[in-house]
Ligand binder design. Structure first.
Ligand SMILES: [Zn+2]
Length: 154
């Protein structure tokens, strides 16, 4: 059975990989595109369609469609802005940590707080929490973890 340290290091390495590959950014941009598409359909398609139906007092409906559509556009913009800030692949994982790497001696240690998602129960209650230190040098596999919250409630 994997220890809390193993779980944390594994999750940190996964996050670091996702960030390097730009997968997080891609997923966020995809979500933004979906929101923008929903907004466009609501504002320019559904609203025009409802407006084209005669004899129906749908003024309220069309103005709500406009509001929801614009909100979808705003959400899409926020997702893009957030993704560029948080998931930018050029921004490296974690914060720089003091000290030289015990494995390769480079001053390339980076650390971050990690909370792995628990795929078993789907809840964060049983997931451990801790600070993981990874070495950013290519080919160096140094990793250490300090558990701040153990996986099982005591
Ligand atoms: Zn190293």
């Amino acid at each position: 059975m994997a220890t809390d340290e193993d779980l944390l290091i594994e999750a940190a390495k996964r996050e670091q990989r996702n960030r390097r590959s730009g997968r997080n950014l891609l997923l966020a941009l995809l979500m933004a595109a979906v929101c923008a598409a929903i907004g466009w359909v609501l504002v320019f398609r559904v609203r025009a369609f409802v407006k084209a139906i005669p004899f129906l007092p749908l003024g309220t409906v069309t103005s709500w469609l406009l509001v929801i559509g614009i909100a979808a556009f705003v959400i899409a913009g926020l997702i893009v802005a957030g993704a560029l800030l948080l998931a930018n692949p050029r921004k490296r994982w974690g914060d720089p940590a003091a000290g030289a790497c015990p494995a390769c001696g480079s001053w390339t240690l980076r650390q971050d707080t990690v909370v792995p998602a628990d795929p078993g129960s789907g809840s964060l209650r049983n997931a451990p929490k801790g600070v993981v230190t990874l070495c950013d040098t290519k080919g160096c596999a140094y990793a250490s973890a300090t558990v701040t919250t153990a996986s099982r409630a005591r």
